[in-house]
Design a protein around this ligand. Sequence first.
Ligand code: FIX
Ligand code: ZN
Length: 427
Amino acid sequence: MTASELHPGGPSGDSTADLVAQELAALPITDVHTHLFDPAMGGPADRLLLTGIDELLTYHYHLAELFRVRRDLDPEEFAVRPRAAQADLVWQELFVARAPLSEVGRGVCELLTALGLDPNAADLAEARAFHRDTDREALVDRVFELAGLTEVCMTNDPLDGIERAAWERGFDRDPRFVAALRLDSAIMNWPQPVAGLRALGVDVEETLSERTVTALRGYLVDWHRRMDARYMAVSLPPILGYPDSDANWLQLLVRAVIPAARELGTPLALMIGVRRQVNPRLGMAGDGLGPTDVEALERLLADHQDVRFLVTLLARESQHALCVAARKFANLTPFGCWWFLNNEAMVDEITRMRLDLLGPSFVPQHSDARVLEQLVFKWRRSRRWLTAPFAARYRELAASGRRVDREVVRQDLTAMLGRGFGGQASS
Ligand code: FIX
Ligand code: ZN
């Protein structure tokens, strides 16, 4: 991507802003968290790597907006309609009947234009034809090029039968798709995971006995190695309650997950602040958020300083405390502006705060893409939003007499958004 594509208005006349814009536009990025899959793991029928306009428009971000403008729709009845019919309705209601003014609506329009498709179309015929006529491999290449990515981290769950089948039968790994072992299904809502784990030969019991903890830890170590994962990850509710809570997931996190991370020498990503199923009728669109008790996180970090934690918080009001915690604990790397924070106003505010408190030692953004083509608009927009906060700080640095040149900017951005996960040495 070029700087003029990023900033269609052309050079700003501010040489530092232009330099940062150019470097951000050209930067090869590792996307540290997506829900995408290596194409060799399987396509549409098994619903692993999702692509195409029907998947794009039935993304849960759009569905939440659809149910707002069509309060007469029954979400449960809508969910069983054919996917193409769902997408047609989303297009009609959110893109034809009214302007797609929301973040994700504007993003899809930017994507369509980048692919040479018409965001003013009356229906989805052209976009569907494009998808039908584009070979999958070619689409993956084109998306990576348009988004300027070198790697994306997947979200890998061995307890998902379809996904596990791919790992068990084996496939030719595409090095652009990096594994990340996801733990939610193995540790949350205990003892629900017991049956699935036992079916895999993991010798867990319903109680959190030593046998359970040892078996679970073995499962994590084995699958992490098997997938050649770069980190482990779990999403958590706002309140951690560490160390006093007797929540099963916290016990398992402390007794099995953290020891496994230590044994593997791998980072543990905590995605904190989600309140799952605030409105269960909306399915995946039904999750909410809450502020995080960062003090409990600090206690966890203090007690496990030999393990590296990548942390993203969902609530805006918890971001400042997270930055301060990261100043106290070098084993904490804040990452991304997650989900409801993935928009210009939040990225601008949070990035400025992180730069001022942490310098270049965090991961500014991830995409959370669920459909391949989302990488294009999510990353184009993020690169654009990151320009102003970075440029403002480099400009001030230059004004103070410190040398700021292309090499300096490139080195910082590469450390933060490249494969090193935030420019800190790994544990
Ligand atoms: O837990 C997660 O990884 C979340 O990102 C998702 O579950 C969420 O539904 C999402 O797609 C947010 O962007
Ligand atoms: Zn996610």
